[in-house]
Design a protein around this ligand. Sequence first.
Ligand SMILES: [Zn+2]
Length: 160
Amino acid sequence: MTIRPIRELGDPVLRTPADPVRAFDRELAALVRDLEETVDHPGRAGLAAPQIGVGARAFSYNIDGVIGHVVNPRLVEVSEETQDGDEGCLSVPGIWAPTVRAMHAVVEGFDVHGEPVRVAGSGLMARCLQHEVDHLDGKVFLDRLTGDARKAAFRALNSR
Ligand SMILES: [Zn+2]
């Protein structure tokens, strides 16, 4: 088992767009295994490679007891219908804020062997897909906040 330490806000790797994966090799297999083992923990819903210090476009998820991964994910569908529940991030510990996301989302990409995969979800799964793809673009959920939620989150962040 390899549970990798989580990089936190302030680490430049979280603000750097990740590179596409080009080789579906043993190095990628090790990364995917680490992503899935590190997300397999109560309270963890998703984990993007930059959060464990690797600038590669891959993430894992752990939703409703199902653990999986997507390599080179693309958000191909998002609903107009939105949700605005609380969102948090392993890289921003202790901060939860109401974050508007599409209610339904579809990601297409590849599995660790290079086979095409499509992951669709609603509610928490849709939130996770959008959150993890954001990480691969160097974004965190705080960037999505507006108005009072944004003010409250940054106040909480600054008072840590
Ligand atoms: Zn996150």
